[in-house]
Design a protein around this ligand. Structure first.
Ligand SMILES: *[C@@H]1O[C@H](CO)[C@@H](O)[C@H](O)[C@H]1NC(C)=O
Ligand SMILES: *[C@@H]1O[C@H](CO)[C@@H](O)[C@H](O)[C@H]1NC(C)=O
Ligand SMILES: *[C@@H]1O[C@H](CO)[C@@H](O)[C@H](O)[C@H]1NC(C)=O
Ligand SMILES: *[C@@H]1O[C@H](CO)[C@@H](O)[C@H](O)[C@H]1NC(C)=O
Ligand SMILES: *[C@@H]1O[C@H](CO)[C@@H](O)[C@H](O)[C@H]1NC(C)=O
Ligand SMILES: *[C@@H]1O[C@H](CO)[C@@H](O)[C@H](O)[C@H]1NC(C)=O
Ligand SMILES: *[C@@H]1O[C@H](CO)[C@@H](O)[C@H](O)[C@H]1NC(C)=O
Length: 376
């Protein structure tokens, strides 16, 4: 975010205020809708602003570009891009296809630095991840490079370093993380590191602290956050053997009854997020999942404290995805496809021992939301 022009930065800061209506988009696991949703932070309401008909029968993962002009959708065997016409409007522009043997495109993420390349990956055994270029409007143009993995790999989540040099892959099927470097002038993608994860971890998603020194990996099977130290110049990771639980002490049913989903930082325009949020899903619709937040050291990005670990209001279904708000680091959205809703949550107390969070707005939906991206 540091490389934005002053005008853009002004625009982003202008969005960081309470007392306003904020906009977001949500994809769905099944169906042609993409929802434009509004959150009023004074009335604490979430409402449907526009139900957009997408070109696809699902939008399992969506991403927004740094300039907030394009929405990207991972859908089957293709990546789709839509122009964001205004805070509640989308218009379909282009698609880029992958081989039909890799038809479970499941994750997509956009770089925050010009030329704004986009990375996606299929959750299909042995398939490569892809680096895509965009045209002058930010619409997806072509796959120009691949992140190659092992024959037993299945990558579920990707993460980028803030310096726009490295892409990280959470290999859920292969129980590993991969590091690749990329070069947007030559369009070359190069393997830097393969790192096996602890037995029974199953990395699903991960997040690279923008300060450069840590990577946090969500272990789906054990419902834990694994802490990795990161070499800021080589991009390489070292597992620290430290984990934080995403289930209460004493639960022995992590793998049989839960599947952790997401880890993200709170949004900080200057690249020093104060919090990291993580959530786990329950495999039983009538039993809740969990959400947790961590406070981070402002200089290093190291975890200072696990602030809370609290039940979500639903199981999460296939979702319980968490997305940081742009207007306050204390707010985040949760999607639940078990009971079909989106909620806005707020961290309601400060300090290490008293912090907690609760849902402040609930939006019931006709179909199961996958993931939310914030527009303003
Ligand atoms: C937003 O854009 C859509 C087209 O994508 C249009 O139908 C709608 O009228 C626009 N809304 C506003 C408030 O301008
Ligand atoms: C990337 O992989 C696809 C197949 O998945 C292949 O068609 C394409 O040529 C590869 N591109 C590069 C630049 O390696
Ligand atoms: C990490 O590396 C990037 C570019 O290589 C640099 O801009 C940034 O300042 C470095 N961060 C730290 C904490 O050294
Ligand atoms: C983690 O544990 C392994 C196995 O005991 C050990 O070899 C390794 O040095 C430890 N790593 C760190 C960073 O302490
Ligand atoms: C997992 O085990 C705990 C402790 O026995 C129990 O309270 C909880 O309901 C179980 N969760 C599921 C999803 O079955
Ligand atoms: C926590 O304290 C910080 C610094 O005093 C403040 O900026 C922030 O708004 C507080 N958060 C909450 C939820 O009260
Ligand atoms: C838009 O979506 C919301 C949430 O699913 C639903 O309640 C509403 O009926 C939909 N509106 C239209 C016009 O389809």
């Amino acid at each position: 975010m540091l490389s934005f022009t002053p005008t853009l930065l002004l625009g982003l800061y202008a969005g960081q205020a309470l007392g306003a209506v904020h906009h977001m988009f949500s994809g769905v696991f099944s169906g042609t809708d993409i929802y434009a949703i509004e959150f009023d932070d004074e009335a604490n309401t979430l409402t449907a602003a526009n139900n957009i008909t997408s070109i696809a029968s699902s939008s399992k993962w969506i991403a927004i570009d740094a300039l907030k002009k394009n929405l990207y959708v991972a859908n089957g065997a293709q990546y789709d891009s839509y122009t964001i016409t205004n805070s509640t409007g989308l218009e379909y522009v282009s698609s880029v296809s992958v081989d039909s043997s890799c038809s479970n495109l499941n994750y997509i993420v956009a770089s925050s630095v010009s030329p704004y390349v986009v990375f996606g990956a299929p959750y299909s055994t042995g398939c490569a991840g892809n680096m895509l270029t965009v045209d002058s409007t930010g619409a997806l143009s072509a796959i120009v490079g691949n992140m190659t993995y092992g024959s037993g790999s299945g990558v579920h989540g990707l993460a980028l370093s803030a310096d726009d040099k490295f892409v990280y892959s959470a290999d859920d099927m292969g129980n590993a993380v991969w590091v690749h470097s990329y070069d947007t002038t030559t369009d070359e993608v190069t393997e830097v590191q393969y790192l096996a994860a602890p037995t029974g971890a199953d990395p699903r998603h991960m997040a690279i602290d923008p300060r450069g020194a840590y990577a946090y990996v969500l272990f789906e099977a054990s419902s834990e956050i694994g802490v990795y130290a990161r070499d800021n110049s080589t991009g390489m990771l070292t597992y620290t053997n430290t984990t934080y639980p995403l289930l209460p002490t004493g639960f022995t049913n992590a793998t049989s009854s839960y599947w952790a989903d997401e880890v993200v930082f709170s949004y900080s325009a200057d690249g020093t997020p104060k919090y990291m949020y993580a959530a786990t899903r329950s495999r039983t619709t009538t039993i809740p999942g969990y959400v947790s937040a961590f406070s981070l050291d402002s200089n290093t990005g190291a975890i200072i404290d696990q602030l809370f670990l609290t039940e979500t209001t639903g199981s999460g279904g296939s979702a319980n995805s968490v997305t940081a708000a742009l207007f306050s680091e204390e707010y985040f959205a949760i999607t639940d496809s078990g009971s079909n809703f989106i909620e806005m949550w707020k961290i309601t107390a400060n300090g290490t021992s008293s912090a907690t969070a609760s849902a402040v707005a609930h939006f019931a939906m006709d179909s199961g939301p996958s993931t939310v991206v914030m527009y303003d």
